[in-house]
Design a binder for this molecule. Sequence first.
Ligand code: HEC
Length: 408
Amino acid sequence: MLLLAMLACAAEEPPVDAPTYHADVAPILRERCEGCHSDGQVAPFTLGSYATVSTLGEAVVDSVETRRMPPWLASDDCNSFEGSRWMSDDEIATLREWLDAGMPEGDASGALDPFEPLDDSLDGATHSVAITTPYAPDFEQGNDDYRCFVVDPEITEDGYVTGYEIVPGDPAVVHHMILYLPTSEDEEARAKQLDAAEAGDGYTCFGGPEVDSTMLAAWAPGTWASEYPEGTGIAVPAGREIVMQMHYNNAGSPDATDTTEVLLRIEPEVEDELYSFFWVNGRLNIPPGEAEWTETSETRVGAYVGNLPGTLTLHSIGPHMHSIGRSLNATLIDGDDGSETCLLDVPRWDFNWQFGYRYETPVTLEMLDRIRLSCTYDSSDRDTNTRWGDGTSDEMCLATLMVTYDGD
Ligand code: HEC
């Protein structure tokens, strides 16, 4: 009886108005997935044909319903970000309805043309840094290898980085990359000491470069070239070397080696200097055994940047926690009337995706405004308190802010 019922069910025609692959599903995957899930791109399989997508049906729908995919942590309910990959509830519902209707293919004459990757290379690159000796990521300890390389862009005159492009050695293993600019020659020297103290090129670094630095560039798969807001750039002094933090993930290429290169466009002058700094909630003390523990801090903007006359314009924000981080929220509280503006909401943190999010409309920060930063952790598996630190089992709660200063 049961078998008959199942057969009857399988033979049933999908409802007439059910979404079909060609008409409804493929356009969503084209927009949301194929930038990475296509030949030669970072994801381990393609999502461009009925054959593959219908084989993976349940996995595809589950990945979007849980918002593991596409990789994009900042909710659109909070603010509007350029190039947002946050999927609408309707798009997700369409994929679910299609799966539940038995994944009808629909009319193949309406099939999309094959995917063409975007050409987003950087115009006018002036410098480059690269891992010159092919690096073999070490996957002995697990699926991830975090490594910092001290690289020399050979900057001969002070200038400003206005854009960058990453040329990954092997896109299949390079999961993300962050470029850090040591804040002084001493900090640069410390990075070199860390490098010298470890065998092979570079040194192990998990949460950051382990020396005082500002963030110059953050890259995660999906885009290759990035430009800072028009007319802005981050100052780089002549001679300064840069720390390139690589996260290698073993998604199926255990023998790969990497020679990632980063192209930089450094210009002698910009209209507005772009400052990158960390907004930190640093007094963490997370007790063990808490499935949901929130740490919140609230600080006045002026107290953070030294009460400058004038205002700041916030261009982008990037969340950062470590492995027991679960969600993060940053809210701007108006100094005059206490009204609140959501700056960033990350309902589901994922350490694997270190993106910065650029506002569609930059936000003005007044010196009397406050920023509240909250991070929520799951310490169920811990048996001691977790504190702030660089190590894998330490935690962080910070937002990288990129601002320009609208002085007097
Ligand atoms: C920015 C690049 C990128 C985009 C966009 C992207 N993916 Fe992925 N996807 C990856 C990478 C890389 C992996 C390999 C696993 C990892 O690194 O997390 C992956 C893995 C997966 C997996 C297997 C792992 C899991 O968590 O289930 C599924 C399923 C998946 N992607 C579905 C999708 C779907 C569906 C979309 C679009 C709605 C999408 N992806 C968009 C990069 C991307």
